[in-house]
Design a protein around this ligand. Structure first.
Ligand code: 6OD
Length: 469
């Protein structure tokens, strides 16, 4: 049974619910669903620890971040196993992406925070300079698709900036966060600096509406982001949101077709399509449209399927497969549920799927699906491609495949997305701004932008008396 971690101790509280392995549907653990008392206790623990943590010199906090990175490395294999068990992703994915990225999150923000200079401006007869104070207690609400990567992506800069935190992972994926609580104990992080509570949506709601929470960082659905924003509006607390996407890929006939196909397969099917950055709408220039569709559909058939996170999410993805058919799509491959003849038949798999033939205004092409599926449509001119890619209420990520350098810059700069990848996908530098606009979120995290979000500046201006001439 996984327990909350509050003020440095294990706390039971709330009702219990099962954690399931998405590969088989079997129960693998049980976890508490935090009730109001647990949430309040966690926020109070964070509040109590806040002044001491904020008072540490930034170099010392950076030292703690490095110790946490070391602690993750020491428990690397346990974390890989926990992340794969919770999410159903292959061990290899957890080993090569999720867990190493988490180490990098801590090491990168330790460096950035420790190296960051304060701003100072010399005015005639005065000096203005800025100090940054932490927000205080930050609520960190994390989704189930990249649980440990995203938890640490938020935790590391929040802690570096001097905040204490209450983290709530998704109810589907508590295991790596539970291990992280153990790591906090192992490195002897001061009690209350990191508190982990488990629970579902209502527990998250209790957390963000707690009067002692000073800021909220959230990655997840647009709908939940809207609810959080409304909840904190009365207290005017800052939020940083990375929400849904309906990301476009634009493939020009002058691209290196092999690279474009490989990259598109990654961008559509990685993590079972359950990454907010995954491509769900593809626009392919007319001369290569038929060939691209045929090759992509062939490649989709040999993608190793990864289960959806839950039975409910699988139903949701399958409902979009049915919707595509009812809206008149041509199903190029997939569209159903794979059969394995083993324990995986109890899991939450869907077939990797490619469809075409729908209008831009179909629901299938407008709503985020979050599964291993994309729609492919042809275009004839560069402008048309840009208009099609931008014809969405979301604005998170886009990919462009072309060998024409001028076109790459031209198109990338016209795309209404926070992130544009050219001839690649999900290539990250943690110093760069990360996030999206429109319904995809507000604010940017990454590098110093994260530290800006997790702190607030005070500008101090001192009049310098001039000696009499
Ligand atoms: O790589 C990252 O830093 C990041 N925030 C990824 C988000 C993925 C969302 O599903």
């Amino acid at each position: 049974m996984l327990t909350h971690f509050i003020g440095g101790t294990r706390v039971a509280g709330g009702s219990a619910f099962p954690v399931r392995d998405p590969v088989t549907g079997a129960e693998i653990d049980q976890v508490y669903d935090a009730d109001p008392e647990v949430v309040d206790r966690a926020v109070r623990a964070a509040r109590e620890a806040a002044p001491g943590w904020a008072a540490l010199p930034v170099g010392e906090r950076a030292g703690w971040l490095r110790r946490l990175a070391d602690g993750i490395e020491a428990r690397f294999d346990d974390l890989v196993a926990a992340e794969a068990a919770d999410t159903g992703k292959p061990l290899e994915a957890a080993r090569t992406l999720d867990i190493p990225r988490s180490v990098l999150n801590f090491r990168t923000f330790a460096e950035i925070a420790a190296q960051r200079p304060d701003e100072a401006f010399h005015l005639p007869g005065a000096l203005s300079y800025t100090v940054r104070r932490p927000l205080g207690v930050v609520a960190v609400i994390v989704p189930w698709n990249l649980p440990f990567l995203l938890m640490t992506w938020k935790l590391a800069p929040a802690l570096a900036a001097g905040n204490t935190v209450v983290v709530k992972p998704s109810e589907y994926t508590p295991c790596s966060a539970a291990l992280f609580a153990e790591i906090c104990e192992e490195v002897e992080l001061p009690p209350g600096v990191v508190n982990v509570i488990f629970g579902s949506g209502p527990a998250g709601q209790l957390l963000v509406e707690h009067p002692s929470v000073d800021g909220v960082t959230f990655t997840g659905s647009t709908r939940t982001g809207q609810t959080i924003m409304r909840t904190v509006a009365d207290r005017v607390r800052p939020v940083s949101f990375e929400l849904g996407g309906k990301n476009a890929g634009v493939v020009f006939a002058d691209c290196d077709l092999g690279r474009a196909i490989d990259g598109t397969v990654r961008s559509v099917f990685t993590n079972g399509g359950q990454v907010c950055l995954c491509t769900e709408r593809l626009y392919v220039e007319q001369p290569i449209f038929e060939e691209f569709c045929a090759v992509l559909a062939g490649r989709a058939q040999i993608v190793e399927p990864q289960p959806m996170i839950s039975a409910e999410h699988r139903e949701r993805v399958l409902s979009y497969y049915a919707l595509a058919r009812s809206e008149g799509a041509k199903v190029l491959t997939g569209g159903g549920v794979p059969s394995f003849g083993d324990a995986r038949d109890g899991g939450y798999f869907v077939e990797p799927t490619v469809v075409s033939g729908l209008s831009e205004w179909s629901r299938f092409n407008r709503e985020e699906i979050f599964g291993p599926v994309c729609h492919v449509a042809p275009f004839t001119t560069e402008s048309q491609a840009v208009d099609l890619a931008n014809s969405t209420e979301y604005g998170l990520a886009a990919t462009v495949w072309t060998s024409d350098l001028d076109r790459a810059h031209r198109v990338a700069q016209r795309l209404e997305a926070g992130l544009v990848w050219v001839n690649t996908w999900y290539l990250r530098d943690l110093r760069t701004p990360f996030g999206g606009g429109k319904l995809s979120g507000t604010g940017r995290e990454g590098g110093t932008r994260s530290l800006d979000f997790y702190s607030q500046p005070t500008t101090i201006t001192i009049k310098l008396e001039q000696p009499d001439a």
